[in-house]
Design a protein around this ligand. Structure first.
Ligand SMILES: [Zn+2]
Length: 93
């Protein structure tokens, strides 16, 4: 089972450069992955499917609510960092 977490969203744009905003590209990639896993018959849920603000606590809650705290779940948390700085990982489930 797969849970897809599109990084950032809403009032949290993440990084940006060359006209690309991280939250938008992360969502596009997440939606593509969601469609493909569905087509392949892999159980998958997406925790953000629009440009919405999600607090770190809410993000973790949604991930855990998708299939429970289950060792058979893989969480894909999409980020596209500009390089140099720290990562953005807020989940550790
Ligand atoms: Zn990020």
């Amino acid at each position: 089972m797969i849970v897809i977490d599109a990084g950032h969203g809403g009032s949290d744009p993440g990084t940006s450069g060359n006209g690309i905003v991280e939250k938008d590209l992360a969502l596009n990639i997440a939606q593509y992955l969601y469609r493909r896993f569905n087509e392949l018959g892999v159980p998958v849920k997406i925790i953000r499917n629009s440009d919405e603000t999600i607090t770190p606590d809410e993000r973790v809650k949604r991930i855990l609510d998708a299939y429970g705290n289950n060792p058979d779940v893989v969480v894909l948390s999409n980020h596209l960092n500009a390089g140099g700085g720290d990562g953005h990982c807020v989940t550790n489930v």
